[in-house]
Design a protein around this ligand. Structure first.
Ligand code: NAD
Length: 339
């Protein structure tokens, strides 16, 4: 079988990791082209990797390049949906970093068009590919802890960088969107029905009037009766902290570990271990495995394991959270309210 020619859109922090994975860690894919609107950025990245790939400044030209078989999108959140739609129209499978879209109109359009044209769309919900989260999902789905009753999910980023440049509502649309999806993954088959959110700027209170929210808690009620809480903060001094817990009628499952390894130090100071400081350390394997799975699904015509429909559900919870913060009221997940 011929290797899949992948076109990468966005050569920033996440795009560079994905580009490296495609070029160096996936035996059945080539990094064929890179697009980034910053002049010279795509060329620089291609040169760093020592590749002979094509460079574009216009993502649409990359999508329309007939030699590109599939597209990986790692540009800023608000640029995703239009490129996902453009790729589907060209009949090209898409892996899109989260969030797939920031409004439901575009998210629904992606679901509809990808179904009509039978084009695979996978979304960058990497926790679905993390070994502990994946095992937790399988256990819960098999009924080993009975019916889920209480769920928790946590994301604490290690450091608040470029705080002034963070777009409004990022904590819901780009950070907690992972937790919203993880909670659905860990409560298989259940749908969210009501959301209540509180949020504040506790790390940089001076930026609250500019729209920065760096700390948030969301409660979610599901149609199987389960109640979830999820929280995020942009600056955990001890590292990158991603965990989940599901308590059910017959037991409890936890997933996520901040340790760099199983090594534990016992000495005069007590007991300690080292922690991961970056997402790309903690979730290295998950980032690689989600793209490995994408290439495998495209090459063998299998359904994606993190779908456009999953992205729509996570987005609905994010939009309801925003409505809840604005109104200080619980929000029913009614499509008339959310846009
Ligand atoms: N899955 C995860 O855990 C995870 C982690 C980090 C980032 N992300 C996501 O990855 C995406 C990129 O984040 P990042 O941290 O790499 O950002 P970044 O700012 O480091 O990189 C973005 C890149 O996109 C380029 N760009 C800007 N506008 C563009 C456009 N219109 N079309 C194409 N490219 C454009 C920029 O020049 C830059 O090179 C975001 O959606 C973010 O939410 C996901």
């Amino acid at each position: 079988m011929k290797n899949l020619n992948v076109g990468l859109i966005g050569a920033g922090r996440m795009g560079a990791f994905h580009g490296e994975t495609i070029a160096q860690r996936l035996p059945h894919a080539n990094l064929y082209a890179v697009a980034d609107p910053v002049p010279g950025a795509a060329e620089r990245f291609i040169n760093q990797l020592g590749l002979n790939a094509k460079a574009y400044t216009d993502p649409l030209e990359l999508i329309q390049d007939p030699a590109v078989d599939a597209v990986v999108i790692a540009s800023p959140a608000r640029t995703h949906a239009s490129n996902v739609l453009a790729a589907i129209k060209q009949g090209k499978a898409v892996f899109c970093e989260k969030p797939m879209a920031v409004n439901l109109k575009e998210a629904n359009e992606i679901v509809q068009l990808s179904t009509e044209r039978n084009v695979l769309v996978q979304v960058g919900f990497n926790r679905r590919f993390e070994k502990g989260f994946r095992a937790a999902h399988t256990e819960i789905a098999s009924g080993s802890i009975g019916t889920p009753q209480l769920l928790k999910s946590t994301t604490r980023d290690p450091k608040l960088n470029r705080a002034e440049a963070i777009p409004e509502w990022t904590i819901f649309l780009e950070t907690l969107i992972h937790d919203f999806d993880a909670l659905m993954f860990l409560n298989p088959g259940a749908k969210p029905v009501e959301v209540y959110a509180v949020a504040d700027a506790l790390i940089r209170p001076d930026l609250k009037d500019n729209g920065l929210l760096d700390t948030a808690v969301v409660t979610i009620k599901f149609d199987n009766g389960a109640i979830a809480t999820t929280e995020a903060n942009f600056q955990a001094v001890y590292g990158y902290d991603v965990r989940a817990e599901v308590f059910g009628s017959e037991g409890m499952i936890t997933a996520g570990d901040i340790r760099t390894s199983s090594m534990t130090r016992y000495n005069h100071n007590g007991v300690s271990f080292d922690t991961c400081r970056y997402d790309q350390d903690l979730l290295f394997d998950a980032y690689v495995d989600e793209l490995k799975s994408f290439v495998d699904c495209v090459n063998h015509n299998k359904p994606a394991l993190a779908t456009a429909e999953d992205a729509c559900w996570a987005l609905k919870i994010a939009l309801a959270s925003i409505e809840s913060v604005k109104s200080n009221m619980p929000i029913k997940l009614d499509h008339h309210v959310l846009v």
